[in-house]
Design a protein around this ligand. Structure first.
Ligand SMILES: CC(C)(COP(=O)(O)OP(=O)(O)OC[C@H]1O[C@@H](n2cnc3c(N)ncnc32)[C@H](O)[C@@H]1OP(=O)(O)O)[C@@H](O)C(=O)NCCC(=O)NCCS
Length: 175
């Protein structure tokens, strides 16, 4: 299967925060943001895989800045790396106040998707060809993130996470 350029999967989604999306403080509810992120990253994954995908995991998401009623949420998603049947998608989330012309980064997150066939069985996906410096960095680091999430999911023994171990050893050495 031919590798595909990382940028081919780029997907952007904009949502205006309406009253029904907010809590009683007038801030966007975290669950609604996670829902929009799931949709946007699934579209990026489907673009790359040219196949339907299911969400396999959502990495820890922290909310650094609250998003207010009336602001526009912009979600930018792109596949960082493909493995066998799964892909990792990175997202950057921005909040925009259009009248004031202010755009601030709200958070960043990684979701993992698995391409499946008509019987819901995982199927192989094309590899990713990173091009820019950032794409290459994210592509390299994706291996460690994958090992971390598979350990947390109980699907990988820590002693078999070779790349992750070498990263921890590097930090130990520096410390
Ligand atoms: C995701 C799913 C297809 C994985 O199926 P599975 O039988 O566990 O298959 P495998 O163990 O062979 O794993 C298949 C791929 O999923 C990946 N995977 C499984 N669990 C994962 C997790 N928690 N985090 C990241 N990747 C995961 C595996 O690493 C593997 O990827 P690879 O082929 O690129 O190495 C299956 O668990 C599923 O259908 N889950 C429900 C998905 C869903 O309904 N999502 C909607 C939100 S609830």
């Amino acid at each position: 299967m031919e590798a595909k350029r990382a940028q081919e999967s780029y997907t952007e989604m904009n949502e205006l925060v309406l009253p029904n999306d907010t809590n009683t403080f007038g801030n966007l509810m975290g669950g609604r943001l996670l829902y929009w992120m799931d949709i946007c990253s699934a579209m990026a994954a489907q673009k790359h895989c040219k196949n339907v995908v299911v969400t396999a995991s959502v990495d820890n998401v922290s909310f650094k800045r609250s998003i207010r009623l009336g602001e526009v949420v912009t979600i930018q998603a792109q596949v960082t790396r493909a493995f066998n049947t799964s892909v990792e998608v990175r997202m950057e989330i921005f909040a925009q106040n259009l009248p004031l012309g202010i755009k601030e980064k709200s958070n960043e997150a990684y979701y993992t998707f698995v391409a499946i066939d008509e019987n819901s069985r995982p199927i192989p996906v094309p590899q990713v060809q990173p091009e820019t410096e950032l794409e290459c960095k994210l592509h390299n680091e994706a291996l460690q993130r994958r090992q971390m999430r598979l350990i947390l999911a109980g699907k990988l023994k820590p002693e078999n996470a070779v790349e992750l171990k070498s990263l921890v050893e590097l930090f130990d050495h520096k410390g």
